[in-house]
Design a binder for this molecule. Structure first.
Ligand code: NAD
Ligand code: KPL
Length: 305
């Protein structure tokens, strides 16, 4: 009998994972915030995934956090700023040796979750898949991509990666997951805040080449000082490549701001600036970028953390 996949957070990525796992015949249970959300979900009859323009309904069973079934495998699919609290309420249900898969972007939230559940194995993930909610319980699979998973403290891959293969979730076990997360954080710091500040698509940053290059220089210094030289390699070239490859897209932070949603700034630029302070680095442009972004968020009436 396969181990049940408990999925915490039925948003974009949670739905994308839950529906594909369920479609492969694997046992999946959603964990929703409270009884009101559970009732609303039950009225909808399940999760809908829209793929290649076709919508399919998946009646994945759901429960609230105060269920009683022990949890052996938990996919944490909340935003970085919600992950620690969301996992905290499930801690009493985690079996000894439970495994958590943390899908959060940026850095900081994963360590906070892991510190809270020392009895569990925490696997960090970095994903380039893209999905968005177009209404409650309905998610559009917008960009095919790849997910790297890894455990910095324990390099052996878990057996359940076979479930991901069965579900058609493109993935790879990475023994260098922190390098991948740092690299993605640096890319996001070089691109996303500037798209908000210049109110543009990623391609609009081609007109701000010098500003991007200066930030890449400071981010490279930071990565090297943080013991991440591999994540620093040819950073500017990759940032320029991503800007060109995604020129027509709006960055995830731009989309959060334009939809008036809280951003993950504290786990991206905020994390980078804190790390630079810790290492007593002088990175004036990165610090200014954080101040400018905070000011912009506040002027829009959005949370600045
Ligand atoms: P989302 O906002 O669509 O979904 C998060 C869900 O978690 C929401 O439904 C929210 O209600 C739920 N949630 C929050 N606290 C909860 C709690 N205590 N109990 C139960 N549910 C709770 O977010 P998302 O876009 O799926 O992003 C999740 C993470 O994945 C983020 O860190 C994001 O940066 C990362 N990511 C997203 C994408 C994407 O395409 N959406 C791609 C790569 C990485
Ligand atoms: O990951 C991204 C995002 O928008 O969050 C890219 C496309 C790489 C831009 O930083």
């Amino acid at each position: 009998m396969s181990t049940t996949w408990h999925v915490l957070g039925a948003g974009s990525l949670g739905t994308l994972w839950a529906t594909r796992l369920a479609r492969a015949g694997l046992p999946v249970r959603l964990i929703l915030r409270d009884t009101a959300r559970l009732q609303a979900y039950e009225m909808a009859g399940g999760l809908t995934l829209v793929e290649h323009g076709e919508a399919q309904l998946y009646p994945v069973p759901a429960e609230t956090p105060d269920g009683i079934e022990p949890i052996n495998r938990l996919l944490v699919a909340c935003k970085a700023y919600d992950a620690e609290k969301a996992v905290e309420q499930l801690a009493p249900r985690l079996s000894p040796g439970a495994e958590l898969i943390l899908l959060q972007n940026g850095l900081g939230s994963q360590d906070a979750v892991a510190a809270q559940v020392p009895q569990a194995r925490c696997i960090y993930a970095s994903s380039t898949e893209g999905a968005f909610r177009d209404s409650d319980w309905r998610v559009v699979f917008a960009g095919h991509g790849f997910t790297w998973l890894g455990d910095a403290g324990h390099p052996v891959a878990p057996i359940w990666l076979d479930d991901l293969s069965a579900a058609g979730i493109p993935h790879e076990w990475s023994t260098e997951i922190l390098t991948r997360l740092w690299r993605k954080l640096a890319l996001n710091c070089a691109i996303n805040p500037l798209t908000v500040l210049h109110d543009c698509r990623n391609g609009g940053l081609l007109e701000h080449h010098c500003e991007v290059a200066t930030l890449c220089g400071e981010l490279t210094e930071l990565l090297e000082r943080c013991g991440q030289p591999a994540a620093a390699e040819n950073l500017q070239q990759e940032v320029e490549r991503v800007i060109l490859a995604t020129a027509a897209n709006y960055s995830s932070m731009y989309q959060d701001v334009s939809n008036r949603r809280r951003t993950e700034i504290s786990y991206l630029l905020g994390y980078a600036c804190k790390a630079s302070d810790r290492h007593q680095l002088n990175l004036p442009h990165l610090n200014q970028l954080q101040q400018r972004l905070i000011a912009r968020l506040l002027s829009l009436g959005l949370p600045s953390d």
